[in-house]
Design a protein around this ligand. Structure first.
Ligand code: CP
Ligand code: NVA
Length: 301
């Protein structure tokens, strides 16, 4: 049987995604109570990072250790991938040595090529187009604080980037409405906008998007790989900062999330990040650990 992969939310059914979230919450409780088992005893995770990472690397590596397995970090600098060994060959070789692989890379097509040639499950740990593992953590965090996302309204304020694309897919699977406020020319993927149009509202006005929302989310204005566009982007995103003034338009019990790393004073104000009345960013970061443990367990079951 071909291996199951997790490249985007489209690879899983809604029921499977809900199952992963429920299990993530359970694994977190077990971890805190000291009652967690070692369901992935002896399993090995390969981790390919072609971009920098703090949260993703540590959460996958720590998560695998907590589940009884181990992880191997591979970067282009010290693997043959960086010297031009084809991704197809790397996928076939790693498949014979490890049980599961996570890949952080640039083009989503490269991840798809890897997955096509891998006989073990492949997880998207961020591409230019999607960041589905972060969405698992975001949804877990919302559910823990506010319960089901069904029927809720989420406001995305900022760049129509990999995170925004994954939020669009999440809206369909977790039954929420998504309002996206993006500057002109920085909208999310056009095909996704068309495919999920019944779930989405696109605007150029942050206040319009945020009004009455139960969750407000933003991300950096210049993602990894866009460093050279930074100056141009700073100009384009003027007026898109999420701060207390904007949050005041949201629902009274609205939450604020950011996948991190954040640039305080740019996409989010320092004060909002530090305000526990709205900001659940540290829980959100922690939940990467538990959500990915649940994901790996699911894929290896
Ligand atoms: N949110 C996130 O993926 O963080 P890292 O880039 O630190 O892994
Ligand atoms: N959109 C950001 C997310 C970082 C976790 C990036 O791709 O750099």
């Amino acid at each position: 049987m071909a291996a199951r992969h997790f490249l985007t939310f489209a690879d899983f059914s809604s029921a499977e995604l809900h199952q992963v979230i429920d299990r993530a919450i359970e694994l977190k409780a077990q971890h805190r109570a000291g009652t967690a088992g070692k369901p992935l005893d002896g399993k090995v995770l390969g981790m390919i990072f072609e971009k920098a990472s703090t949260r993703t690397r540590v959460s996958f590596e720590a998560g695998m250790a907590q589940l009884g397995g181990s992880a191997i970090f591979l970067s282009p600098n010290d693997s043959q991938l960086g010297r031009g060994e084809p991704v197809e060959d790397t996928a076939r070789v790693l498949s014979r040595m490890v049980d599961i692989v996570m890949v952080r890379t640039f083009g989503h097509d490269k991840l798809e090529t890897f997955a096509r040639h891998s006989t073990v499950p492949v997880i998207n740990a961020l591409t230019d187009s999607y960041h589905p593992c972060q969405l698992l953590a975001d949804i877990q965090t919302f559910v823990e604080h506010r319960g089901s996302m069904s029927g809720k309204t989420v406001a995305w304020v900022g760049d129509g980037n990999n995170m925004a694309n994954s939020y669009i897919e999440a809206a369909a699977h977790f039954d929420f409405q998504l309002r996206l406020a993006c500057p002109e020319g920085y909208e999310p993927d056009a095909d996704l906008l068309a495919r999920y149009s019944d779930r989405l509202q696109l605007t150029h006005s942050p206040s319009e998007a945020v009004r009455g929302a139960h969750l407000v989310v933003t991300d950096t204005w210049a993602s990894m790989g866009q460093e050279e566009e930074k100056q141009q982007r700073l100009a384009a995103f003027a007026g898109y900062q999420v701060d207390h003034e904007l949050m005041a338009l949201a629902a009274p019990d609205a939450l604020f999330m950011h996948c991190l790393p954040a640039y305080r004073g740019m996409e989010v104000s320092h004060e909002l990040m530090e305000d526990p009345r709205y900001s659940v960013i540290w829980d959100e970061a922690e939940n990467r650990l538990h959500a990915q443990k649940a994901l790996m367990e699911f894929l290896l079951a």
